[in-house]
Design a protein around this ligand. Sequence first.
Ligand SMILES: *Cc1c(COP(=O)(O)O)cnc(C)c1O
Length: 424
Amino acid sequence: MSVVTNSPVWRPFTQHALQPGAFKIAHAEGAWLTAEDGTRFLDAISSWWVITHGHRQPEIMAAIRKQTETLDQIIFAGFTHEPAEALARRLVEITQPGLDYVFYSDSGSTAVEVAIKMALGYWRNRGEARTRVIAMEHSYHGDTVGTMSAGARSVFNAPYEPLLFDVARVPFPEKGKEQEALDALERYCREGAAAFIVEPLILGAGGMLTYGQQTLVEMKRICEKYRTLFIADEVMTGFGRTGTLFACEQAGITPDIACYSKGLTGGAVPLAVTMCKREIYDAHYAPERARAFFHSSSFTANPIGCAAALANLDIWEKTDARARVTNLCVMQGARAARFAHDPRFSEVRHLGTIVAMDLKVSQSGYLATISLDLMRFFNARGLLLRPLGPTLYVLPPYCVTGEELDLAYDAIDAAADQLASGAL
Ligand SMILES: *Cc1c(COP(=O)(O)O)cnc(C)c1O
């Protein structure tokens, strides 16, 4: 087996003392990763939620190759290029009406940092003293200091806690308790909060927790009433994951600010955008330099990334990508139904192309070592699945077939049996 153990590489979210090895992947195609020795893994989590259509999608790869013939990174202040201009125009068209400006960066975390900074700049430039940010319990918005501040506090960010800024926290709107969340949001908005940031319809890293579109509609209505800016973090949900191109579409709402990254280039190369309504841009538009939006990433609007994103938008607009996603939603729904009344699982949930369920075990939380044992079990069966603690989820690229999906669900079934028999 091609496992790298002795390496200077420090990997993300990895306790090297417990997880010394990493599979060395030499080839990726469609829904599959192939290691140097030929071992294959079904990528049932889209390589951490980024790959949308499939690995090495041919049109995206071709667009990247072609772009390298004319442009690499170009300074983006005072200079621009056609891939960035074309992509911005097309993003304005394809997103909900009202998101009229596009700010480029390079990762989901930076897209969220930019969103928070835009919101605070908006209020400062308008001369209103609003600085408080509202976020949702269990949310995840990235791993930089600003985005960790907005995200849930846990063992992951405990060492940095003294540096994190305080946010107002709305409870997660679980079924039957939506009103509590809405009431809390209204209370903070009434006190004059600057912005509310939320992952629409599903909280990813928080455990694939879903909530209803009506709650999203209500949250937007409350924010509007008190003029609190509504920031949608669509970094994971964007580009088809929830069954529609964007999750906010399902609630028929346009956020004031929206963040997209993972699926923006089909997951092929890093790129991110923060889009906003005209008022936010206008608040920064003035004869004084001091009112400008002071943010930049070195790799802002990388032309090769923009070319990949343009090819991705072509796929959405000119091929049957939407039909494929709809078909995957149906396939996933059928497989969720298989476990819906299974006593070994609880909270079986299905949203668009995503299915998640909780294993009934005594250990809970991400750090429970059960997730490491499960991961090893799945890897040994040729599957890339990465449980979030006792939460198992399948979040595949859209090219996945029903037979391939069944490999994942049969393994989940087998894992639950092993666990029940004490073999795992
Ligand atoms: C992954 C993710 C981020 C962070 O994106 P990075 O590219 O990893 O920095 C932010 N918000 C949500 C909802 C995410 O799922």
